[in-house]
Design a protein around this ligand. Structure first.
Ligand code: FAD
Length: 554
């Protein structure tokens, strides 16, 4: 049964959450919770998911946005992790081609760098082999001249050659949303801005539900479920504490920052994974007319909801970029935007942030709360499989009901059902978007953002009423149509949800996003009948997202 994923249906969804008894309740609407919702719905479980902010507002919109195995982890001996996550790349790609794009990565080999020529050659070969990469996509080793031909901005002194291998680029927040939409299509109930505040226990102190609050309306509800999964990312220990079960292993949060500059200031042709002066490695990746660079990896104990770029983070990344690409001479004022994310890693005594394992782990408390921590965006499907296998086996023991094994490797995500040729679909839709007046450069971004659902955005855009409203709001019709689609089918509840996570404009179209705030607030306030204080709160929230992305703190 298809459920609603419209923010216009929030009241009905809240009622439904109170009335039903679920097989599984996932707390946390990042990629981990989303994957669990999809897998359990596909296996026929009755599943609900609650997210206290917007979906993906935690770490899942703040990553390097790569679907990758992590070449670096090979050096740390994490063979199992690299094999599993490396193999997942192709599956994530096949199931969501609109938001996952193959990206050839260039790793310059520098005298005295992390990898010598032989180590790079063997390392990337093993990386490809573990991931089962197709023959035509296996790594190539390049001479100095070939390396410079691929990326002329690279420094020439000390450059020995390069490794050239395939990775995939994605939009992490949209990947999370497309997984959730696919889950909702299969009967899951998912809602944002609903926070799990307390657990409910029976007389044997076994957990059977949560007391939750809709932070959007203030309404309090109880939700009952046979199994409760804590997929709260950086907050998993907060929930374990609430359950009185934070014993043994605990989280170790590290912060990673990325910054965005315009291609006119850093005209990078090619994604590059490069050595830093302090013997780390960072990425520089071209996307949507911008280049983004990162990441840092530092211990963190600040505010979990709003980690920020500090001047130190910014200056460090600029220094790294200027050292590998000396001709660009980037300055702080070139930074258009940034984001900072928290890695929810498992603490290991004596290890520095970069040495901590990226493997996921599952903890089961005496009350029955199931927690999943650690992991990578790329491995979301396998993490979900492990959790849902566990839940299925517990439910089978308790009820006798048998659930089918995981089959999400064959489940296309929302917007990814292309049937015939993907390239032909994109070409046709980009042409059509141009006929509708969408500027050439923006057209392919809109088409790839929504995949096959772009047809619904076009339908909305072609309505006379939409055109008139867009004109009166002074908003481009395609933006208004994207907002309308987001409200109806992607649970856009507040303006920041749209300008930040549904459209990526805060990070990759910062200036335009500033101009969108007022018209988006006006449109939504009329539709949802917000009062003055709500309008002020939500407008400030959107402006804050823009400010936090732009400004570095001390
Ligand atoms: C800088 C950086 C770069 C990275 N780069 C990559 C990469 O390129 N590729 C890759 O594969 N991985 C990468 N990762 C790792 C990846 O981003 C994370 O593993 C993944 O996003 C974690 O997702 P999650 O769902 O577990 O956590 P989150 O996305 O944080 O989701 C948890 C959610 O739980 C919600 N929540 C918390 N408490 C409650 C409550 N009480 N009630 C309701 N909801 C609650 C939060 O609001 C949050 O949205 C990177 C991570 C970082 C930090």
């Amino acid at each position: 049964m298809k459920n609603s994923f419209s923010s216009l249906a929030r009241n009905e969804l809240l009622q439904q959450l109170e009335a039903e008894k679920y097989d599984l309740l996932a707390i946390g609407g990042g990629v981990t919770g989303a994957g669990i919702a999809l897998d359990s719905a596909v296996r026929g479980m009755k599943v609900a998911l609650i997210e206290m902010q917007d979906f993906a507002a935690g770490t899942s919109s703040r990553s390097t946005k790569l679907v990758h195995g992590g070449l670096r982890y090979l050096k740390q001996g994490e063979i199992g992790l690299v094999r599993e996550v490396g193999r997942e790349r192709a599956i994530v790609y096949e199931n969501a081609r609109h938001i996952v794009t193959p990206e050839w990565m260039l790793m310059p080999i520098i005298k005295g760098g992390t990898y010598g020529k032989l180590m790079a050659s063997i390392g990337i070969y093993v990386y490809d082999w573990l991931a089962g990469v197709k023959k035509e996509e296996r790594r190539k080793m390049l001479s100095k001249e070939e390396t410079l031909a691929k990326e002329p901005l690279l420094r020439k002194d000390g450059l020995i050659g390069g490794g050239y291998y395939v990775e995939y680029r994605t939009d992490d927040a949209r990947l999370t949303i497309e997984i959730l939409k696919a889950a909702v299509q299969r009967g899951a109930t998912a809602i944002n801005y609903v926070k799990a505040e307390n657990f409910l226990y029976d007389i044997n102190r076994k957990i059977y539900g949560v007391k939750a609050k809709d932070l959007h309306s203030g309404r309090e509800i109880t939700i009952q479920a046979s199994k409760i999964v804590n997929a709260a990312g950086p907050w998993v220990d907060t929930l374990r504490e609430l359950d009185g079960s934070k014993q043994g292993k605990r989280l170790h949060l590290t912060k990673g920052v990325h910054l965005v500059v315009d291609q006119s200031r850093f005209p990078l042709r090619q994604a590059v994974y490069f050595d830093t002066p302090d013997k780390r490695m960072v990425f520089a990746i071209p996307r949507d007319g911008k280049t983004y660079i990162g990441t840092t990896d530092t211990d963190y104990d600040g505010n979990l909801e709003h980690p920020r770029m500090t001047t130190e983070d910014r200056d460090y990344i600029l220094k790294c970029a200027n050292s590998m690409f000396p001709s660009i001479a980037l300055k702080p004022e070139d930074v258009e935007s940034s984001w900072a994310g928290l890695r929810p890693l498992i603490h290991e005594d004596g290890k520095s942030p970069s040495e901590l394992s990226r493997k996921d782990e599952i903890f089961i408390s005496d009350s029955g709360l199931i927690t999943i921590a650690g992991g990578k965006l790329t491995g979301y499907r396998k993490m979900a499989e492990r959790i849902v296998d566990l839940v299925a086996s517990q439910l089978s023991d308790e009820t006798g009901r048998i659930y089918p094994p995981c089959s999400t490797d064959k489940v296309t995500l929302a917007g990814g059902d292309f049937g015939g040729s993907f390239d032909r679909f994109v070409d046709e839709k980009v042409r059509y978007a141009k006929q509708l007046g969408v500027p050439e450069q923006a057209a392919s971004r809109w088409v790839l953002r929504y995949g096959t659902n772009i047809n619904k955005v076009f339908e909305l855009m072609e309505k006379e009423e939409t055109k008139q409203t867009a004109e009166s709001l002074q908003l481009e019709p395609v933006v208004l149509a994207g907002l309308m689609y987001g409200i109806q089918e992607e649970m856009v509840t507040r303006p920041a949800d749209f300008i930040n996570r549904r459209s990526s404009a805060v990070n990759f179209d910062h200036q335009r996003a500033q101009a969108w705030v007022r018209p988006v607030v006006v449109y939504m306030s009329q539709l949802f009948e917000w009062d003055e204080s709500q309008i002020a709160q939500f407008e400030e929230e959107a402006n804050q997202a823009l400010r936090f992305a732009k400004e570095a703190v001390q």
